[in-house]
Design a binder for this molecule. Structure first.
Ligand code: KDO
Length: 330
């Protein structure tokens, strides 16, 4: 993040089981790992988890993903894990921020620079406190960071968008959390909360004027069939985290934990590479499909979005110096 962002800017605790008992390989035998996510099975994160993560842990766990939000609705997965009703999810800072306000720093537009910065920031000690709070307060361990891509504005309307002012009155679908809705407002639009699985129909019927998601998602979920333009705002380098119940993690032996950690990192790396390759090639695909794809005045968007975040109530929950530390990660 460049110019403006340089000011300083429940539940169950970890399982007692893990502390009191020696977790043995036997305790994890026959372990079923149920994951719920709104992602489609063809999304690169889903593909990587199915093809890399699942097979890598198969000696001690049976990975059972449920895609398209068929098991839990988008945004309800963290509570389901905390209550012991779900084992894994692909969560986001926007969902975590509903339970731990400090996470809202990563909901800010134009903060992370790119996929590499995102990966390095997640591995940096600056994340230790947020990761620990997530384990202690929610009983959720974040295994790895998964790159979704740079979010772009994708509209069914035809008017050219150059600056945030051009989005005034545009009904822009956002996921249903406060932090997401704030991002929509910061972009200059009129945000409407809607679950991911409802977007296509809402675009088709005109219930919304548009949505924001990275290019690979626009193709994978076929939003290009019901929209006319993609405005390359790149307003958020979107990150998700592979999350697992801390209780389950603590029951694994150190060796199983190492295998699972590597499986998670390998899957994330594979997904990241594929998303980046898709982002590089998809502009042409959308143009062939007849969509207008263009870059607006990104500096105008950056200036407004950064200023809005710094003046927001969210910024009050950001640990002192954290924006500078994030910026300093090279
Ligand atoms: C979305 O609802 O727009 C979003 O892209 C938000 C992400 O954080 C993530 O939840 C994603 O949906 C789902 O994994 C579906 O791809």
């Amino acid at each position: 993040m460049s110019t403006i962002f340089n000011r300083r800017i429940f539940l169950g605790a970890a399982s007692a089981l893990a502390l009191g008992l020696t977790a043995t390989a036997a305790s994890a035998q026959g372990l079923k790992l149920t994951l719920s996510s709104p992602a489609t099975p063809t999304d690169q994160r889903a593909v990587a988890l199915t093809e890399i993560f699942g097979p890598a842990v198969k000696d001690f766990a049976s990975f059972q993903p449920h895609w398209n939000a068929t098991l839990f609705k988008q945004g309800t997965e963290l509570e389901a894990i905390a209550r012991g009703n779900l084992d894994m999810s692909i969560t986001s800072p926007q969902e975590l921020a509903t339970l731990i306000p400090g996470w809202s720093i990563f909901t800010a537009g134009y903060l992370l620079r790119d996929a590499d910065h995102q990966k390095k920031v997640f591995a940096d000690p600056l994340m230790n406190d947020l990761k620990k709070q997530t384990e202690d307060k929610l009983g959720v361990k974040l295994l790895t960071v998964m790159y979704l891509g740079r979010r772009q504005v994708n509209l069914r309307t035809e008017k050219e968008i150059k600056t945030p002012a051009d989005l005034a009155g545009v009904k822009l679908r956002m996921p249903g959390t406060e932090a997401w809705l704030f991002l929509g407002t910061a972009l200059g639009a009129n945000p409407l909360p809607l679950a991911f699985t409802e977007i296509y129909t809402a675009l088709q019927t005109g219930a919304i004027d548009g949505q924001d998601n990275p290019l690979p998602t626009v193709r994978d979920s076929k939003f290009f069939e019901v929209t006319k333009q993609i405005v390359l705002t790149s307003h958020l380098v979107d990150q998700n985290y592979l999350a697992i119940s801390k209780k389950i993690w603590d029951k694994l032996t150190p060796q199983q934990q190492a295998v699972m950690q590597k499986a998670a990192d390998d899957a994330a790396e594979s997904g990241r590479k594929k998303q980046l390759a898709l982002e590089a090639e998809l502009e042409g695909f959308f143009k062939e499909k007849g969509l207008k794809v263009y870059t607006p005045d990104v500096e105008a968007f950056r200036k407004k979005v950064q200023a809005d975040y710094l003046a927001s109530k969210f910024a009050k929950d950001w640990p002192a110096g954290m924006v500078e530390k994030i910026n300093a990660v090279k």
